[in-house]
Design a protein around this ligand. Structure first.
Ligand SMILES: Cc1cc2nc3c(=O)[nH]c(=O)nc-3n(C[C@H](O)[C@H](O)[C@H](O)COP(=O)(O)O)c2cc1C
Length: 233
């Protein structure tokens, strides 16, 4: 069974968030049949949503920047798993990652406005998990991962959390250093949690896929797109 997991690093630079997301992807890739893809938002020009409602009128986000290129792996085709990592800025998600998430509202307008022409992506069979890295051990990782998990839930993903410490995702900290690769020292908490959630994403995605296959043709079959209102299909 083929499983495709996409990892997105939301940091504006190539550093610790990249390392954590790649660690999670490496663990996902150990699950037989899994391929992975890495997307970095570093050095990308991504504006926040400006609420122009251009997407309602035209069916796509009219703000032209690097968001279109970065979101492509999440929608064309829809993957089986997504791991979203962010840096902690002021106790919350960094603005580059937040802007990326905000702009995805343009994909969903078919859910809210009957005049919107776009068909929302069906992420109801896609597993999501969150990663956050901060300078401090308790710097806001929990808040940041909560933002990510809420975004997944709003978008209809199936979320997994959990780690060896029983947590909502993978929290990393820089252990008193401030280098681009300081997270490599956080082996027992941060990197280990990345491996656990990476594996869980791939395994849960395989279970979902196998489950849908097993129910196909039965009265309990769940049709892809059943989350989407009739008028936007
Ligand atoms: C503007 C800014 C705000 C930050 N705020 C926090 C914070 O509230 N808590 C924290 O633990 N670390 C904070 N940090 C530190 C970053 O989370 C840390 O440098 C992390 O490694 C960034 O991820 P990256 O290495 O992938 O870029 C902040 C850094 C910046 C630049």
């Amino acid at each position: 069974m083929d499983i495709r997991v996409v990892g997105v690093s939301g940091s504006p630079r190539h550093a610790n968030t990249d390392i954590m997301v790649k660690e999670a992807l490496a663990a996902a890739a150990e699950v037989p049949g899994t391929t992975t893809e890495f997307v970095s938002l570093a050095n990308k020009k991504i504006s926040g949503c400006v609420n122009c409602r251009g997407c309602v009128r035209k069916g796509y986000c009219v703000v032209q920047d690097d968001w279109q290129e970065c979101v492509r792996p999440l929608i064309d085709p829809v993957p089986d798993g997504v791991i979203l990592g962010a840096a902690v800025y002021f106790f919350n998600i960094n603005s580059q990652a937040r802007a990326f998430m905000e702009r995805c509202t343009s994909l969903l307008k078919g859910l809210f406005f009957s005049e919107a022409v776009q068909k929302p992506p069906d992420w109801s069979r896609t597993v999501g998990a969150g990663i956050a890295v901060g300078f401090d051990r308790h710097g806001g990782q929990e808040h940041t991962i909560s933002s990510i998990i809420h975004w997944f839930l709003i978008n209809n993903f199936v979320c997994v959390g959990g780690s060896h410490i029983g947590y909502i995702g993978a929290p990393g900290w820089l252990m008193g250093e401030n280098n681009r690769d300081s997270i490599l020292r956080d082996t027992e908490l941060g990197l280990k949690a990345c491996r656990i959630i990476g594996r869980r994403v791939a395994e849960t995605a395989a279970l979902l896929k196998a489950g849908y296959e097993a129910l196909k043709g039965t009265s309990r079959e769940s049709k892809r797109g059943s989350n989407v209102p009739e008028e936007s299909k």
